[in-house]
Design a protein around this ligand. Structure first.
Ligand code: BTN
Ligand code: 3PY
Ligand code: ZN
Length: 640
């Protein structure tokens, strides 16, 4: 069967890249034993039918369980566009044909302000705890290739998606990348890279970052937004060099924090311009400005973008924000007017609040101006009708946000984290608890020296804030008792220097007191880490699970335990990424029929027939499913 599946695989047939083909095509192995796959799938469906969803963070059932209606796109002459094949024109052609530098030049030469759509990454990371699955991106991918054919990029990978895919969705993030790449060959793909941390939460050996970027480029990432959570240039440099070596477009990024217009605040225009000088020296194709908390007000945006534009007339500027305070559209319009080449937006029904500002609102605001992004508004709306349904399908992961939070200018909590903290507080009854948490976050940030806050340093501040609330500690208490308090691990790691060096140094005497006899790093952590033995890792994965690709090695390097748990899960239940989300999150009604396409042309028609009684002896139940007309049963432990 292995040979048969090899010989019939499309990539094998068309003869492309066959030298590493077996190595890079894990699905070959999944094709072995199709019967077995159906039984594994039933094990998952049976468990779900008896015990309910085990997906972490899920509250209740999807609000939408119907058939998802697919949008239709029409051309200017009113003719239906055939989306059976993806669109092939877009900005990616320039990257592929002429390389990153030519792309940067073309972007600068473009008259309007381009849009990067974040719907496939940051929007759902910020609103739905990163839970959107591959199948739901795949199902709208070809339409998107047309609707956003003139977009600067689709942000679709990196950040938290990597970890969450494996940990909570039981999916391979590389599989996602390969699948969407095939369906969207024309729009550049952008990923978020946490500098020397890769897509993990702390520094890794440099060779792991280089290896990761090489695979990411190879399997479909074009533009790498590289940031460091402390704007530590030594940490940034690792990511920048790794992307350069991989041949990707480097978008070195500065994180915006505080309020540039307030003379009493720590980070001012000189600070940012100095940072820009440094990353330009390292060699970047474009500049990212990352306003992770959504605190870049329009006037500050005008000043910052204007000043960088003046100093670097040829450098493309790309701005990212969150709409937490409700000012996102105004700020992105200000950026466009001040000389930004691209700004970030999310499809309307996945926009606003802790997500990116609304694409439709930005288009309307720029319509008819010199900065018009030149996207087809009818197509954009058609795509949004898909996402409106998806938002309801993923309703179990909503945090219950109800409106903008203007207090973000005080607490500066990044978008994704704000959603998480509101959700946690809402489980405790919101009210007092939430107000206290916000105040404590502000106090914790001050204690730590008013640091730049984004993954992973935002977690440090959040952990310290919760520690203060639950132990009823004031800022003075924390300093006075630092020598005896049992601080959260993330706080100690930060103080030790494992996340890099903060601007202005570490807070004293807090650092020395809290660290006690732990070491104090004053150089980037990667310098004291041994390189990973990647060949050995590959051999070990192969030994444990039978197959190992370079992508597996990269996943393991970022998240060894999460990767192993994911592979064990797949051994037990198979690859669930093909299961429609409605049936991944909740059980069907008795008698409800649905299809699962295991691979092209191989469809299972499934129907839940019955859930049997609880056996007193075994604590188990039989679940009966009809599979392609035959009755099958699976025995499930009743965990309730
Ligand atoms: C995580 O899984 O990332 C941590 C737990 C997050 C729970 C989240 S927060 C918003 C959302 N709504 C839910 O019901 N669960 C999640
Ligand atoms: C991440 O690192 O995941 C982020 O989205 C930071 O903003
Ligand atoms: Zn963001």
């Amino acid at each position: 069967p292995f040979l048969a599946s090899l010989l019939s695989h499309p990539t094998f047939i068309d003869g492309t890249c066959w030298t590493t083909f077996i190595d890079d095509t894990p699905e070959l192995f999944a094709l072995v034993g199709g019967q077995n796959r159906a039984q594994k799938l039933l094990a998952y469906l049976g468990d779900l039918a008896v015990n309910g969803s085990s997906i972490k963070g899920q509250m209740g059932e999807p609000k939408f369980k119907g058939e998802i209606i697919h949008p239709q796109l029409y051309d200017d002459a009113g003719k239906l566009i055939d989306v059976t094949q993806p669109c092939t024109t877009g900005w990616k052609q320039i990257i592929d044909r002429e390389g990153p530098a030519a792309f940067a030049k073309a972007v600068r030469a473009n008259k309007g302000c381009l849009i990067m759509d974040t719907t496939w990454r940051d929007a759902h990371q910020s609103l739905l705890a990163t839970r959107v699955r591959t199948v739901d991106l795949v199902n709208i991918a070809k339409e998107t290739s047309y609707a956003l054919s003139n977009a600067y990029a689709l942000e679709c990978w990196g950040g938290a998606t990597f970890d969450v895919a494996m940990r909570f969705l039981y999916e391979d993030p590389w599989d996602r990348l390969r699948k969407i790449r095939k369906l969207v060959p024309n729009i550049p793909f952008q990923m978020l890279l946490r500098g020397a941390n890769g897509v993990a939460y702390s520094s890794l050996p440099d060779n792991a970052i280089y290896h990761f970027c090489k695979q990411a480029k190879k399997y479909g990432v074009d533009i790498f937004r590289v940031f460091d959570a402390l704007n530590d240039v030594d940490q940034l440099e690792v990511g920048i060099k790794a992307v350069q070596a991989a041949g990707g477009v480097v978008e070195a990024t500065i994180c915006y924090s505080g309020d540039m217009l307030n003379p009493k605040k720590k980070y001012n225009l000189e600070y940012y311009l100095d940072l820009v000088d440094k990353v330009v020296k390292l060699g970047t194709h474009t500049l990212g400005i990352k306003d992770m908390a959504g605190v870049l007000k329009p006037k500050a945006a005008t000043l910052l973008v204007g000043a960088i534009r003046k100093r670097y007339p040829d450098l493309p500027i790309h701005v990212h924000t969150h709409d937490s305070a409700g000012t996102g559209v105004a700020s992105m319009v200000a950026c466009a007017q001040a000389g930004a080449d691209a700004v970030d937006a999310a499809t309307d029904s996945m926009s606003g609040m802790t997500s990116q500002p609304s694409l439709g609102a930005i288009l309307a605001s720029l319509e008819g101006s010199d900065f018009d992004p030149q996207l087809n508004i009818h197509h954009i709306r058609a795509i949004d009708s898909y996402w409106a349904q998806l938002r309801l399908l993923y309703s179990p992961f909503e945090a219950g946000l109800t409106g903008p939070d203007p207090e973000v200018y005080e607490h500066e909590i990044p978008g994704g984290q704000l959603t998480n903290l509101i959700f946690q507080a809402s489980q405790l009854g919101l009210g007092q608890q939430w107000a206290e948490t916000k105040k404590a976050y502000e106090a914790a940030n001050d204690l730590l020296g008013d640091i730049v806050k984004v993954t992973p340093t935002s977690k440090v501040v959040g952990d310290l804030a919760q520690f203060m609330v639950s132990n009823k500690l004031t800022a003075d208490d924390v300093i006075a008792r630092a020598g005896e308090l049992d601080f959260p691990a993330s706080v100690l790691e930060f103080l030790e220097g494992l996340m890099g060096q903060p601007y202005g140094g570490f807070p004293e005497p807090l650092r020395s007191r809290a660290l006690r006899d732990r070491r104090k790093l004053d150089k980037r952590p990667g310098l004291s880490l041994e390189p990973l033995d990647l060949a050995k890792i590959k051999a070990e994965i192969k030994e444990k699970f039978g197959t190992a690709t370079e992508c597996d090695v990269a996943s393991y390097a970022m998240y060894p335990k999460v990767f192993e748990d994911y592979r064990k899960f797949v051994q037990k239940y198979g690859d669930l990424s093909v299961l429609p989300t409605r049936y991944f999150l909740s059980r069907p009604e008795i008698g409800e029929e649905f299809n699962v396409e295991l691979e092209q042309g191989k469809v299972l028609i499934l129907k839940l027939l019955a859930i049997g009684p609880l056996s007193e002896q075994t604590g188990q139940r039989e679940v009966f499913y009809e599979v392609n007309g035959e009755v099958r049963q699976v025995t499930v432990d009743d965990k309730k």
